[in-house]
Design a protein around this ligand. Structure first.
Ligand SMILES: [Cu+2]
Length: 162
C-alpha cells in the first residue's frame, strides 16, 4: 500500500524535478545559443569611421574605417545600411595603366585575427545618392551586417577634405 502510493506519486514527482532542473539548466543553454546568433560578435570591432565631406553638388561619398575580427570565427559582410544613403557598396581602388579605377566587391571576409583598413586608395564604402550634405563635424549612423549576426552599429564622422 505504501509502495503503491509511492509508485503513484514518484513518477510525476521525478518528472517535475527533471522538468524543473531542465527548466533552469536547459533554457539557459538555449538562451545562450539564441543570443550567440543574434548579438553582434563581441570580438568584431570597427574604429575610426569617417567620411570626407562631399564637395558642393557631389552626392557620392566614401567611408573609411578599420575593421578588426578578434572573434573566434570567420566573418563575412552581408549588408550595409545607413539612413543617409539607399545604396552602399564595398569598393576597392586599383590602378590600371596608371588610371585609378574602382571595383565593386560583393563582400569582404575576415578570418579570426584578421583586420582590414578601409582607406583612400584602397578599400572603401561608396555611398550613393546622399540626399543632404552632412557638415564637417557631423556624424551619421551606419549598420554593418555580418552574415548570421546582428549589425555592428557604427558612427561615421564627417571630416574636412584634405
Ligand atoms: Cu568607390
Amino acid at each position: 500500500m505504501v509502495a503503491l502510493t509511492f509508485g503513484r506519486f514518484s513518477a510525476p514527482m521525478i518528472f517535475v524535478v527533471l522538468v524543473t532542473l531542465c527548466g533552469a539548466g536547459c533554457s539557459q543553454d538555449e538562451g545562450r545559443l539564441a543570443k550567440a546568433d543574434a548579438v553582434p560578435l563581441s570580438g568584431v570591432s570597427v574604429t575610426g569611421a569617417m567620411m570626407p565631406q562631399l564637395p558642393p553638388g557631389q552626392k557620392v561619398g566614401a567611408v573609411y574605417f578599420k575593421i578588426i575580427n578578434n572573434s573566434a570565427q570567420t566573418v563575412t559582410t552581408a549588408a550595409i545600411q545607413s539612413p543617409i544613403s539607399e545604396r552602399i557598396e564595398i569598393h576597392r581602388t586599383y590602378y590600371d595603366d596608371g588610371m585609378m579605377q574602382m571595383r565593386k566587391l560583393a563582400n569582404i571576409t575576415l578570418a579570426p585575427g584578421e583586420s582590414l583598413a578601409f582607406s583612400p586608395g584602397g578599400h572603401h564604402l561608396m555611398l550613393f545618392d546622399i540626399a543632404s550634405q552632412p557638415a564637417v563635424g557631423d556624424s551619421f549612423p551606419l549598420s554593418l551586417y555580418l552574415s548570421g549576426q546582428e549589425p555592428l552599429e557604427i558612427t561615421v564622422k564627417v571630416t574636412a577634405i584634405h
